[in-house]
Design a protein around this ligand. Structure first.
Ligand SMILES: C[S@@+](CC[C@H](N)C(=O)[O-])C[C@H]1O[C@@H](n2cnc3c(N)ncnc32)[C@H](O)[C@@H]1O
Length: 243
């Protein structure tokens, strides 16, 4: 089973849930990051109004983050390689009479057509799902190609810390890739050291306008990590990039 099939199956397995329940979960989960995105927009795109602002969420899943922004009037595009995730996102948006543009595709394909340039591109927990260097580089180039001249890319991702607890069924290799055992080992997360992440963003030719390491925040990569104390979970970085 490919990872794309894995995501598709896991979204599909929840298709019977009432959209009214899902929307509350999606909004609550993404509220903190949505506030950070709003602050970043006010700081770096202060002259632009939310109304009609061209926003794209990469790896949107059910689009909880973008829904907060669409509520303020943003013109939202959602990108994901799981058709079920995007179908559920459309249902959640429709509850509020909002209609995002939908792009089903793999963000690591450089020629993915996401239709135009964006003032704001957001990534809530996609980057750390891309585990190999060429795929990550290709993704970052896709972002560069689709940012407007003064546009910003705002993301939250998990990063390594010195002590990391890896439960049974997972392994962590020397390239900072977390593997999960399905019927075979699959690479599921890339948990870079924050300094290496910073280098990677510089090498992709971005200007780093903001980069903050949240040591106190314990990131749960998978529900098998749920009971683990936050100080031995991955930490989190939020950043803002410009061209
Ligand atoms: C960890 S989930 C995050 C979902 C959502 N952004 C959130 O914060 O709840 C990662 C999402 O990225 C999507 N994804 C993973 N790899 C992708 C790829 N190469 N291209 C497009 N979407 C991808 C998955 O289908 C999934 O919806």
């Amino acid at each position: 089973m490919s990872l794309q099939e894995f995501y598709e199956n896991s979204f599909n397995s929840e298709k019977g849930r009432p959209p009214g329940d899902m929307i509350q979960d999606a909004l609550t989960y993404s509220k903190g990051l949505a506030n950070y995105v709003k602050e970043s927009k006010d700081r770096f795109l202060s002259g632009l109004d939310w109304q009609g602002l061209k926003v794209c969420e990469m790896g949107a899943g059910r689009g909880g983050l973008a829904l907060h922004l669409a509520r303020m009037g943003a013109d939202v595009t959602l990108v994901d390689f799981s058709p079920s995730a995007l179908h559920q996102a459309e249902q959640l948006f429709a509850l509020e009479n909002l209609h995002p543009k939908i792009v089903v595709g793999d963000v690591t394909y450089p020629d993915l057509d996401i239709n135009g340039k964006f003032d704001l591109i957001v990534d809530s927990h996609l980057l750390h799902c891309l585990t190999d260097d060429p795929a990550r580089f290709s993704y970052l180039q896709l972002i560069r190609d689709h940012l407007s001249q003064r546009g910003i890319f705002v993301a939250e991702t998990m990063v390594h810390r010195k002590k990391l607890y890896i439960p049974d069924g997972f392994m962590f290799d020397q390239n900072n890739v977390l593997w999960q055992m399905f019927n075979e080992w699959k690479p599921v997360r890339r948990i870079l050291d924050s300094l290496d992440l910073e280098k990677e963003l510089n090498n992709a030719n971005f200007k780093i306008s903001y980069f903050y390491y949240y040591a106190q925040y314990g990131f749960v990569p998978h529900h098998s990590f749920m009971e683990i104390p936050s100080e031995i979970l991955p930490a989190s970085v939020r950043f803002v990039l410009q061209k």
